[in-house]
Design a protein around this ligand. Structure first.
Ligand code: AFP
Length: 340
C-alpha cells in the first residue's frame, strides 16, 4: 500500500459507501442489509475502543468484580456480548441471534423483528485479552425465509446458506473483513475519522502457502491424517522447503494471517475432543465462507465445511482451512485413510 498517497486521498470508500454501492446493484433491495451492517460496525467500533482501553479502564478482570466506585465491572467478553446484542436488536433487522456467550438463542421481540438471523462470537480469543494479543469478533448472517414465529431451526442451516460473513480483528490496527458472497474485502478503521475505509479490496488467498498454524501441544492425541500432514509440513519428502509454524491461539488472528499470506489453519479432532474445539455456527462457518470467497477451501476431515448441517447451536467441528492446494493435501490424506 502507498501510505504517502493514502495520506492525501480525499475520495474515501467507507464500508457504508461500499455496501450501498453493492445494494444499488439490486433494485429490489430496501437497504435492510446496509442498516444491519451499520449496527454491526457500531458494535465493532465500540469493542475496539473498549479493547484499546482495557488496561486503563480496568476492564480486565473477572465478571462480577467491583471497581473503586462500587460499580460492577464487566469482563470484556461479557461487555462485548451486551454491545452486540443491543446493536443487533436495535437495528430492527434481526429475528434470531446466537452468541457464543449465551447458552440459548435470543429471539427478538416482534416489534423489533427483521429478516436476518445473526450468529456471532462477540470476542473470540478471550484468553489472549490479558496479554494484549489480537482478538476479534466473528459473525455470520442468514436470512429468515418465512414470516412464522422464528425458532432455532432458522439458524440450524448449512453454512452455504449464509448470505454474509465476516470478522473484525482488534490488533495493531482494527480491521473488518467482510464477504457478502461477491469476494472478500478488508476495511481498516481510521481512528481519526471513526470510519472503516476499504484498504484491502478483493482479497485472494495465495493458492499455496508456506505457513501451517495449529496447536501442536495436542499432537499426541491427533488422528493419522493430521499427524501425517503436520509431519509433511515439517519434513517434506518432495524436496520442497519445510513450512513455518505460526500460532496465535486467537482464530481471527490466525485466519487473518492465513488469508493474507496463505497456508493452512488447522483445529483438528483429537482423542480428547472428537469434534475438535471450534464452534460450527460462529467460528467454522463464517471463516469457511470467507476462505471459499477468497479462493481457498475449508474441510472438516470428512466434507466441505460449509455443507455441514448443525443440529445444535453450539455444535463443534474439526476444521482445516486455507490455501486451495494446502487443503487439497489434507483432503487426500483423509481420503487415503478412509480406503485403508
Ligand atoms: P478462547 O476464546 O478461549 O481464547 O479460545 C479461542 C479459540 O476459540 C479460537 O479463537 C482459537 O483458534 C482456539 O480457541 C485456540 O484453542 P487452543 O488454545 O486449544 O489452541
Amino acid at each position: 500500500m502507498d501510505h504517502a498517497a493514502d495520506a492525501h486521498r480525499t475520495d474515501l470508500m467507507t464500508i457504508t459507501r461500499f455496501v450501498l454501492n453493492e445494494q444499488s446493484k439490486y433494485p429490489e433491495s430496501r437497504g435492510d442489509f446496509t442498516i444491519l451492517l451499520s449496527h454491526i460496525v457500531l458494535g465493532c467500533k465500540f469493542v475496539c475502543s473498549a479493547v484499546n482501553k482495557a488496561g486503563l479502564a480496568k476492564l480486565i478482570g473477572l465478571a462480577g468484580e467491583t471497581n473503586i466506585q462500587g460499580e460492577e465491572q464487566k469482563k470484556l467478553d461479557v461487555l462485548s456480548n451486551d454491545v452486540f446484542v443491543n446493536a443487533l436488536v436495535s437495528s430492527g433487522r434481526t429475528s434470531v441471534l446466537v452468541s457464543e456467550e449465551d447458552e440459548e438463542a435470543t429471539f427478538v421481540e416482534p416489534s423489533h423483528r427483521g429478516k436476518y438471523c445473526v450468529v456471532f462470537d462477540p470476542l473470540d480469543g478471550s484468553s489472549n485479552i490479558d496479554c494484549g494479543v489480537s482478538i476479534g469478533t466473528i459473525f455470520g448472517i442468514y436470512t429468515l425465509d418465512h414470516t412464522d414465529e422464528p425458532t432455532t431451526e432458522d439458524v440450524l442451516k448449512p453454512g452455504n446458506e449464509m448470505v454474509a460473513a465476516g470478522y473484525c480483528m482488534y490488533g495493531s490496527s482494527c480491521m473488518l473483513v467482510l464477504s457478502t458472497g461477491t469476494g472478500v474485502h478488508g476495511f481498516t478503521l481510521d481512528p481519526s475519522l471513526g470510519e472503516f475505509i476499504l484498504t484491502h479490496p478483493d482479497i485472494k488467498i495465495p493458492k499455496k502457502g508456506n505457513i501451517y498454524s495449529v496447536n501442536e501441544g495436542n499432537a499426541q492425541n491427533w488422528d493419522g491424517p493430521t499427524t501425517k500432514y503436520v509431519e509433511k509440513c515439517k519434513f517434506p519428502k518432495d524436496g520442497s522447503p519445510a513450512k513455518s509454524l505460526r500460532y496465535v491461539g486467537s482464530m481471527v488472528a490466525d485466519v487473518h494471517r492465513t488469508l493474507l499470506y496463505g497456508g493452512i489453519f488447522l483445529y483438528p479432532a483429537d482423542k480428547k475432543s472428537p469434534n475438535g474445539k471450534l464452534r460450527v455456527l460462529y467460528e467454522v462457518f463464517p471463516m469457511s465462507f470467507l476462505m471459499e470467497q477468497a479462493g481457498g477451501q475449508a474441510f472438516t476431515g470428512q466434507k466441505r465445511a460449509l455443507d455441514l448441517v448443525p443440529e445444535k447451536i453450539h455444535e463443534r467441528s474439526p476444521i482445516f482451512l486455507g490455501s486451495y492446494d494446502d487443503v487439497e493435501e489434507i483432503k487426500a490424506l483423509y481420503a487415503e485413510d478412509e480406503k485403508n
